[in-house]
Design a protein around this ligand. Structure first.
Ligand SMILES: [Zn+2]
Length: 294
Protein backbone atom coordinates (compact mmCIF):
# COMPACT_ATOMS: atom_id res chain seq x y z
CA UNK A 1 0.00 0.00 0.00
CA UNK A 2 1.22 3.51 -0.70
CA UNK A 3 2.62 5.16 2.41
CA UNK A 4 0.29 8.21 2.26
CA UNK A 5 -2.84 6.09 1.93
CA UNK A 6 -1.71 3.82 4.73
CA UNK A 7 -1.12 6.79 7.08
CA UNK A 8 -4.54 8.19 6.24
CA UNK A 9 -6.22 4.88 6.93
CA UNK A 10 -4.39 4.39 10.19
CA UNK A 11 -5.36 7.79 11.56
CA UNK A 12 -9.04 6.84 11.82
CA UNK A 13 -10.38 4.95 14.85
CA UNK A 14 -11.43 5.52 18.37
CA UNK A 15 -15.02 6.26 19.15
CA UNK A 16 -14.62 7.01 22.82
CA UNK A 17 -12.84 9.96 24.30
CA UNK A 18 -9.14 10.18 24.90
CA UNK A 19 -7.66 10.91 28.28
CA UNK A 20 -9.85 13.14 30.41
CA UNK A 21 -12.54 13.49 27.77
CA UNK A 22 -16.12 12.30 27.79
CA UNK A 23 -17.01 9.63 25.21
CA UNK A 24 -17.94 11.30 21.96
CA UNK A 25 -19.54 10.05 18.79
CA UNK A 26 -17.14 9.35 15.95
CA UNK A 27 -17.55 10.23 12.32
CA UNK A 28 -17.36 6.64 11.10
CA UNK A 29 -19.80 5.07 13.60
CA UNK A 30 -22.84 5.35 11.29
CA UNK A 31 -21.00 2.95 9.00
CA UNK A 32 -21.04 0.38 11.79
CA UNK A 33 -24.68 -0.39 10.91
CA UNK A 34 -24.54 -0.01 7.12
CA UNK A 35 -24.76 -2.98 4.77
CA UNK A 36 -21.63 -3.81 2.81
CA UNK A 37 -21.68 -6.09 -0.22
CA UNK A 38 -20.04 -9.30 1.02
CA UNK A 39 -17.01 -10.44 -0.98
CA UNK A 40 -14.26 -13.01 -1.18
CA UNK A 41 -11.01 -11.75 0.36
CA UNK A 42 -8.97 -14.75 -0.75
CA UNK A 43 -9.65 -18.46 -1.11
CA UNK A 44 -12.14 -19.59 1.53
CA UNK A 45 -12.06 -16.25 3.39
CA UNK A 46 -14.95 -13.80 2.94
CA UNK A 47 -15.85 -10.37 4.29
CA UNK A 48 -19.38 -10.50 5.73
CA UNK A 49 -19.26 -7.48 8.05
CA UNK A 50 -20.85 -4.07 7.77
CA UNK A 51 -19.21 -1.02 6.21
CA UNK A 52 -17.70 -0.04 9.55
CA UNK A 53 -17.13 -3.29 11.46
CA UNK A 54 -15.42 -6.38 10.09
CA UNK A 55 -16.82 -9.88 10.31
CA UNK A 56 -15.09 -12.67 8.45
CA UNK A 57 -16.42 -16.03 7.30
CA UNK A 58 -13.91 -18.82 6.71
CA UNK A 59 -15.46 -21.80 5.01
CA UNK A 60 -14.73 -25.52 4.92
CA UNK A 61 -16.62 -28.49 3.51
CA UNK A 62 -17.47 -29.51 7.10
CA UNK A 63 -18.69 -26.16 8.38
CA UNK A 64 -17.56 -22.58 8.73
CA UNK A 65 -15.97 -20.21 11.23
CA UNK A 66 -17.21 -16.68 11.83
CA UNK A 67 -14.93 -14.06 13.37
CA UNK A 68 -16.79 -11.23 15.14
CA UNK A 69 -20.49 -10.53 15.41
CA UNK A 70 -20.69 -6.74 15.04
CA UNK A 71 -23.34 -4.73 16.87
CA UNK A 72 -26.37 -6.55 18.29
CA UNK A 73 -28.50 -4.80 15.65
CA UNK A 74 -26.28 -6.22 12.88
CA UNK A 75 -26.70 -9.94 13.56
CA UNK A 76 -29.50 -10.27 10.97
CA UNK A 77 -27.46 -8.34 8.43
CA UNK A 78 -24.38 -10.53 8.93
CA UNK A 79 -26.57 -13.63 8.60
CA UNK A 80 -27.97 -12.25 5.32
CA UNK A 81 -24.49 -11.44 4.00
CA UNK A 82 -23.48 -15.07 4.62
CA UNK A 83 -26.56 -16.35 2.73
CA UNK A 84 -25.94 -13.84 -0.09
CA UNK A 85 -22.59 -15.51 -0.68
CA UNK A 86 -24.38 -18.84 -1.07
CA UNK A 87 -23.47 -20.24 2.37
CA UNK A 88 -25.82 -21.08 5.22
CA UNK A 89 -25.75 -19.59 8.69
CA UNK A 90 -26.62 -23.00 10.14
CA UNK A 91 -23.30 -24.27 8.73
CA UNK A 92 -21.34 -21.82 10.92
CA UNK A 93 -19.92 -24.23 13.50
CA UNK A 94 -17.64 -21.92 15.48
CA UNK A 95 -17.89 -18.22 16.32
CA UNK A 96 -14.79 -16.45 17.64
CA UNK A 97 -14.11 -12.84 18.53
CA UNK A 98 -11.49 -10.11 18.53
CA UNK A 99 -12.58 -8.44 21.76
CA UNK A 100 -15.74 -8.37 23.83
CA UNK A 101 -16.94 -4.82 23.22
CA UNK A 102 -20.45 -4.06 21.97
CA UNK A 103 -19.19 -3.22 18.46
CA UNK A 104 -17.51 -6.61 17.84
CA UNK A 105 -19.32 -8.97 20.23
CA UNK A 106 -22.79 -7.38 20.47
CA UNK A 107 -24.24 -9.68 17.79
CA UNK A 108 -22.67 -12.94 18.96
CA UNK A 109 -25.56 -14.09 21.21
CA UNK A 110 -28.03 -13.64 18.34
CA UNK A 111 -25.70 -15.24 15.77
CA UNK A 112 -25.20 -18.22 18.07
CA UNK A 113 -29.00 -18.64 18.27
CA UNK A 114 -29.31 -18.49 14.48
CA UNK A 115 -26.45 -20.90 13.77
CA UNK A 116 -26.18 -23.17 16.80
CA UNK A 117 -22.41 -22.54 16.60
CA UNK A 118 -19.94 -23.11 19.40
CA UNK A 119 -18.57 -19.81 20.72
CA UNK A 120 -14.89 -20.08 21.64
CA UNK A 121 -12.99 -17.27 23.38
CA UNK A 122 -10.00 -16.47 25.58
CA UNK A 123 -10.58 -17.13 29.26
CA UNK A 124 -10.99 -13.44 30.06
CA UNK A 125 -13.30 -12.80 27.09
CA UNK A 126 -15.33 -15.96 27.78
CA UNK A 127 -16.13 -14.74 31.30
CA UNK A 128 -17.47 -11.47 29.88
CA UNK A 129 -19.44 -13.22 27.14
CA UNK A 130 -21.04 -15.61 29.64
CA UNK A 131 -22.21 -12.85 31.95
CA UNK A 132 -22.79 -10.10 29.40
CA UNK A 133 -22.09 -6.46 30.30
CA UNK A 134 -18.60 -4.98 30.53
CA UNK A 135 -15.76 -6.30 32.73
CA UNK A 136 -14.62 -4.12 35.63
CA UNK A 137 -10.96 -4.43 34.61
CA UNK A 138 -11.69 -3.23 31.07
CA UNK A 139 -9.95 0.12 30.47
CA UNK A 140 -13.22 1.45 29.06
CA UNK A 141 -15.36 0.23 31.96
CA UNK A 142 -18.05 2.78 32.73
CA UNK A 143 -18.26 4.22 29.22
CA UNK A 144 -19.31 1.24 27.11
CA UNK A 145 -22.78 -0.19 26.47
CA UNK A 146 -23.15 -3.75 27.81
CA UNK A 147 -23.13 -6.79 25.54
CA UNK A 148 -25.81 -9.49 25.64
CA UNK A 149 -24.83 -12.67 27.50
CA UNK A 150 -23.95 -15.66 25.30
CA UNK A 151 -25.52 -18.95 26.35
CA UNK A 152 -22.60 -21.29 26.10
CA UNK A 153 -18.96 -20.35 25.64
CA UNK A 154 -15.86 -22.51 25.67
CA UNK A 155 -12.27 -21.36 25.96
CA UNK A 156 -9.16 -21.89 23.86
CA UNK A 157 -5.52 -22.18 24.86
CA UNK A 158 -3.37 -19.41 23.48
CA UNK A 159 -1.66 -20.59 20.29
CA UNK A 160 -3.51 -23.91 20.12
CA UNK A 161 -5.27 -24.29 16.74
CA UNK A 162 -9.03 -24.84 16.54
CA UNK A 163 -10.15 -27.21 13.79
CA UNK A 164 -13.35 -27.16 11.76
CA UNK A 165 -13.18 -29.72 8.96
CA UNK A 166 -9.89 -29.18 7.15
CA UNK A 167 -9.67 -25.62 8.39
CA UNK A 168 -7.42 -24.70 11.31
CA UNK A 169 -7.50 -21.33 12.94
CA UNK A 170 -4.97 -20.24 15.55
CA UNK A 171 -5.78 -17.82 18.39
CA UNK A 172 -3.14 -15.34 19.55
CA UNK A 173 -3.90 -13.31 22.64
CA UNK A 174 -3.15 -9.71 21.71
CA UNK A 175 -4.20 -7.93 24.86
CA UNK A 176 -3.94 -4.25 25.75
CA UNK A 177 -7.14 -2.74 24.38
CA UNK A 178 -8.82 -5.35 26.57
CA UNK A 179 -7.13 -7.99 28.76
CA UNK A 180 -8.56 -10.80 26.60
CA UNK A 181 -8.19 -9.39 23.09
CA UNK A 182 -7.39 -11.98 20.43
CA UNK A 183 -6.03 -11.97 16.89
CA UNK A 184 -6.52 -14.95 14.59
CA UNK A 185 -4.37 -16.56 11.89
CA UNK A 186 -5.04 -19.20 9.25
CA UNK A 187 -4.00 -20.16 5.71
CA UNK A 188 -6.23 -19.75 2.68
CA UNK A 189 -5.52 -21.21 -0.74
CA UNK A 190 -6.64 -20.74 -4.32
CA UNK A 191 -5.38 -23.78 -6.19
CA UNK A 192 -1.66 -24.07 -5.50
CA UNK A 193 -1.36 -20.53 -4.15
CA UNK A 194 -1.70 -20.19 -0.39
CA UNK A 195 -1.46 -17.10 1.79
CA UNK A 196 -1.18 -16.26 5.47
CA UNK A 197 -4.32 -14.56 6.70
CA UNK A 198 -4.50 -12.41 9.84
CA UNK A 199 -7.53 -11.00 11.61
CA UNK A 200 -5.96 -8.41 13.92
CA UNK A 201 -7.66 -7.14 17.02
CA UNK A 202 -7.74 -3.45 17.98
CA UNK A 203 -4.73 -2.27 19.97
CA UNK A 204 -5.98 1.22 20.52
CA UNK A 205 -5.08 2.65 23.96
CA UNK A 206 -8.39 4.28 24.79
CA UNK A 207 -10.15 4.24 28.13
CA UNK A 208 -12.75 5.73 30.39
CA UNK A 209 -11.83 9.25 31.57
CA UNK A 210 -10.18 8.35 34.87
CA UNK A 211 -8.20 5.31 33.75
CA UNK A 212 -4.42 5.66 33.30
CA UNK A 213 -2.56 3.02 31.31
CA UNK A 214 0.64 4.03 33.10
CA UNK A 215 -0.74 3.53 36.61
CA UNK A 216 -3.92 1.69 37.55
CA UNK A 217 -5.10 -1.11 39.79
CA UNK A 218 -7.68 -2.34 37.33
CA UNK A 219 -5.34 -3.64 34.61
CA UNK A 220 -1.76 -3.07 35.82
CA UNK A 221 -0.09 -5.17 33.10
CA UNK A 222 -1.76 -3.23 30.25
CA UNK A 223 1.45 -1.70 28.86
CA UNK A 224 3.36 -4.99 29.01
CA UNK A 225 0.43 -6.62 27.19
CA UNK A 226 0.49 -3.96 24.48
CA UNK A 227 4.21 -4.53 23.96
CA UNK A 228 3.69 -8.29 23.52
CA UNK A 229 0.86 -7.63 21.09
CA UNK A 230 2.93 -5.19 19.02
CA UNK A 231 5.73 -7.76 18.87
CA UNK A 232 3.23 -10.34 17.61
CA UNK A 233 2.03 -8.06 14.81
CA UNK A 234 5.60 -7.24 13.85
CA UNK A 235 6.59 -10.85 13.37
CA UNK A 236 3.48 -12.76 12.29
CA UNK A 237 3.45 -13.99 8.67
CA UNK A 238 0.83 -11.70 7.18
CA UNK A 239 -0.16 -11.62 3.51
CA UNK A 240 -3.76 -10.50 3.97
CA UNK A 241 -4.65 -8.35 6.96
CA UNK A 242 -8.20 -7.86 8.15
CA UNK A 243 -8.64 -5.49 11.09
CA UNK A 244 -11.59 -5.46 13.49
CA UNK A 245 -12.26 -1.92 12.27
CA UNK A 246 -11.95 -2.25 8.48
CA UNK A 247 -10.58 1.25 7.85
CA UNK A 248 -7.36 0.32 9.66
CA UNK A 249 -6.36 -2.14 6.97
CA UNK A 250 -8.14 -0.25 4.19
CA UNK A 251 -9.80 -3.46 3.06
CA UNK A 252 -12.92 -1.77 1.67
CA UNK A 253 -10.83 0.78 -0.23
CA UNK A 254 -8.82 -2.13 -1.64
CA UNK A 255 -12.02 -3.98 -2.52
CA UNK A 256 -13.14 -1.01 -4.65
CA UNK A 257 -9.72 -0.80 -6.30
CA UNK A 258 -9.92 -4.48 -7.04
CA UNK A 259 -13.40 -4.03 -8.58
CA UNK A 260 -11.84 -1.38 -10.81
CA UNK A 261 -9.37 -3.95 -12.06
CA UNK A 262 -6.31 -2.79 -10.11
CA UNK A 263 -3.59 -5.46 -10.13
CA UNK A 264 -1.75 -6.95 -8.32
CA UNK A 265 -4.42 -7.53 -5.70
CA UNK A 266 -4.49 -4.36 -3.55
CA UNK A 267 -5.48 -6.43 -0.48
CA UNK A 268 -2.29 -8.48 -0.66
CA UNK A 269 0.27 -6.61 1.46
CA UNK A 270 2.87 -8.58 3.44
CA UNK A 271 3.93 -5.36 5.22
CA UNK A 272 0.46 -4.56 6.52
CA UNK A 273 0.72 -6.14 10.00
CA UNK A 274 4.05 -4.48 10.70
CA UNK A 275 2.66 -1.10 9.61
CA UNK A 276 -0.37 -1.60 11.83
CA UNK A 277 1.90 -2.38 14.80
CA UNK A 278 3.80 0.85 14.11
CA UNK A 279 0.65 2.95 14.11
CA UNK A 280 -0.61 1.37 17.36
CA UNK A 281 2.82 1.87 18.97
CA UNK A 282 2.62 5.53 18.09
CA UNK A 283 -0.89 5.81 19.58
CA UNK A 284 0.36 4.28 22.83
CA UNK A 285 3.39 6.60 22.85
CA UNK A 286 1.08 9.61 22.45
CA UNK A 287 -1.27 8.33 25.09
CA UNK A 288 1.53 7.79 27.64
CA UNK A 289 2.86 11.27 26.88
CA UNK A 290 -0.61 12.66 27.65
CA UNK A 291 -0.49 10.75 30.91
CA UNK A 292 2.78 12.54 31.70
CA UNK A 293 5.04 9.56 31.04
CA UNK A 294 8.46 10.17 29.40
ZN1 LIG B 1 -13.08 -1.98 21.60
Amino acid sequence: MKHGLRVLLLVALGCTGALGQKPRPCSTCLDWYKAQTPFRIFGNTYYVGTRGLSSVLITSSKGHVLIDGGMKESAGLIARQIELLGFHVRDVKVIVNSHVHYDHAGGIADLQRRSGARVVASEWSAAVLKHGGVAKDDPQYGTLPPIAAVKSVSTFRNGEPLAVGDLTLTPHITAGHTPGGTSWTWRSCEGEVCHDMVFADSLNPISSPRFRFSANNQYPQAIADFEKSFAFLETVPCDYLITAHPELSGILVHWKLRLNGVKPDPMLDPGACRALAGSFREKLRQRLAEEGQP
